[in-house]
Design a protein around this ligand. Sequence first.
Ligand code: FAD
Length: 279
Amino acid sequence: MANANPVIYPVSNVAEIVNILRNVRGVTIVAGGTELARRQTGRNLRIPPLVLPLARVPELCTITKTERYLEFGPSVTLSAILQLGQKNLPEVLYEALRSVANPGIRSLGTIGGNIAAKGHRLTAFAPLLALDARLEIRSPAEALWVPMSRYFSNTGKTHREPTEFISKIRVPTEHWDYAYFGRIGSPGLITDRTASFSFLVKLQKNILSDLRVAWGGSFFFRNREFENLLIGRTLPLQAKDLETAEERAADYLPDNLFPPSYERSCFFNMLRNSLRSLT
Ligand SMILES: Cc1cc2nc3c(=O)[nH]c(=O)nc-3n(C[C@H](O)[C@H](O)[C@H](O)COP(=O)(O)OP(=O)(O)OC[C@H]3O[C@@H](n4cnc5c(N)ncnc54)[C@H](O)[C@@H]3O)c2cc1C
């Protein structure tokens, strides 16, 4: 049986959302609702008792493009982002969104829902982490921009308050000389074994001037110290550089959070293959 009479709070702007989150305990934010639906195991859809629907709030459905970044409202659908076209999107983000589910789900599922889904990190997470995306977090007190890497935690410890929500997502659109996106697990589905990987390289002549490596699944990873190990090296990289990079990567991936597993092996394989493209 579907649960009876959920309370739905009709909101039409950010001020109303803030007001509901401040005053109603236990309310569930729903954007496209596709991730909430995916997690259900029963025959009937169970709707949370108190629902705050964000999908149709105009302020949260805007896309802004400047010279340096793209800014998405969290309720922008994945298909609306893809419609911007491959040329106008960072390659790793385009490839990631194209790999999500199917066109029907992508026309409902939102970028905010993809980032905010609890527990397992979804497909856009690693590309956005690699691209240094920032989130505007709106709470009753303020609107604060935070790097995505700082807003989430692998240990379940999080600073997220029930009264706050993601109100904007800003994605830098700088040029990358080499970009690779890969995912593991069943195509177009999310399971415990799904994860995604992003690798970005910027060159100045033949010197590695920036490098980004990100992973998102049951565990997520991005570490500037690790990336800095290779920045400044001259291309082609030498076999020794690859060996050192792999060894050092292991130091940054704690066994207790990312134990030896199929996923961990996939991360190292993708890292190795990506680095080999620079040899
Ligand atoms: C058959 C199927 C296949 C799928 N395959 C994939 C796949 O391959 N890759 C993939 O990444 N996903 C997949 N999904 C999951 C989902 O469709 C997408 O991740 C989608 O982007 C989720 O967006 P949504 O708006 O539907 O999220 P919702 O279900 O509305 O919300 C997801 C979570 O985010 C929270 N939330 C939503 N918006 C905000 C906000 N602004 N601030 C704070 N919290 C918020 C909600 O409270 C909820 O906890 C699949 C789903 C289905 C049903």
